[in-house]
Design a protein around this ligand. Structure first.
Ligand code: PHE
Length: 338
């Protein structure tokens, strides 16, 4: 056996190995079970006795030499593979990033969501009625009778003799009570329309109506809920105050004031020195309205309230002109990015 010849064959074979698969084949061919080295080893039986030792040593030397060659090649290929991967996955961290202009919710939308969240936590469900209403739902069944002076409390956009743009979300009360029997606990958010326009009024604005009908509902329930509401929206210290008022669909009716969250009630420009700010109207649902919806007013009573969403947003964010909320001036709207 000529060792140098054998080595030359191995080397020539290894020379052409280019990847891990070919290297594995090389190993199988020479170093694996039944491979060339093994065959050499088996040849020992044909070797004369006195040469067996030297032969064995020579084969062993070849084996170790081939293994070392293999190991070296493997290290080299592994290194190449890693470098190739680095090259392929290379990221240039110095490249300028592409900026995407992200928008944000309109302040009225987030205000509405925030208000709904507070009441949802008290178990209210949502109902949305149509923006075009008929006289019956918007007025008559809410006890705002034809030719009654209270009709003039709201300047109505009439579409036909009977159809109109709803002037408030209160017709939602009628629609809910027509569909469901007590216990009822529902919110009606939506756009409303009145022919009115100045710094604090807009012909289109939004309200959040609340209606609760059950046994033994009182003004205390109304004030308790609204107390929680103003605390969540304005400040932990905020309190409410009820003042007598008039709405045809509630009896008694109240205007609800919140203690001034800017001065804490001492009196400032926001509360015009009174310590209180008017935030909404409400009351105990007039028995006539319950009866108009087939609900027995001797068994059940209800509370209702209507909150102007723009008004709350203006107070909370210190916006002095309602028009700002409808102009879609991007610079103005950007300020409300969460
Ligand atoms: N609908 C009344 C308004 O728009 C508000 C209100 C709602 C008052 C529910 C009492 C009860 O002014």
């Amino acid at each position: 056996m000529n060792m140098d010849e054998i080595k030359a064959v191995y080397l020539a074979d290894l020379e052409v190995v280019e990847d891990a698969k070919q290297l594995a084949d090389f190993w199988t061919k020479y170093l694996g079970k039944g491979g060339e080295v093994q065959k050499l080893m088996n040849g020992i039986k044909n070797v004369p006795k006195e040469e067996k030792k030297a032969y064995g040593q020579a084969v062993n030397e070849i084996k170790n030499w081939a293994q070392a060659l293999y190991d070296e090649k493997k290290t080299e290929l592994d290194k190449q593979a890693i470098l190739a991967r680095y090259e392929e996955e290379k990221v240039d961290v110095t490249l300028p990033v592409k900026t995407v202009a992200a928008g944000n919710l309109h302040p009225l939308t987030s205000m509405k969501n925030e208000m709904i969240n507070v009441f949802a936590g008290m178990g209210f469900e949502i109902f949305e009625g149509p923006e075009i209403e008929d006289d019956d739902h918007n007025f008559t069944r809410l006890n705002v009778l034809k030719d009654h002076p209270s009709r003039d409390m709201q300047d109505t956009f009439w579409l036909t003799e009977d159809l109109l743009l709803r002037t408030h979300t209160s017709p939602g009360q009628i629609r809910v009570m027509d569909m469901e029997k007590p216990p009822i606990k529902v919110l009606v958010p939506g756009k409303v329309f009145r022919s009115d326009s100045d710094a604090t009024h807009s012909p289109m604005f939004s309200q959040l109506e609340g209606l609760v009908v059950d046994k033994h509902i009182t003004l205390c329930d109304l004030q308790g809920m609204l107390d929680q509401f103003v605390k969540a929206i304005f400040s932990d210290e905020a309190k409410t105050r009820l003042r007598p008022s008039y709405f045809p669909f509630t009896e008694p009716s109240v205007e609800v004031d919140v203690s001034c969250f800017k001065c804490g009630g001492k009196g400032c420009s926001l509360c015009k020195g009174t310590g209180w700010i008017e935030v909404l109207g409400g009351g105990i649902v007039n028995n006539k309205v319950l009866e108009n919806c087939g609900i027995d007013s001797s068994k059940y009573s209800g509370l209702a309230f209507g909150i102007g969403i723009e008004r709350i947003a203006m107070l909370k964010y210190g916006i002095n002109h309602m028009g700002k909320l409808f102009e879609n001036d991007i610079e103005f709207l950007k300020q409300f990015k969460a």
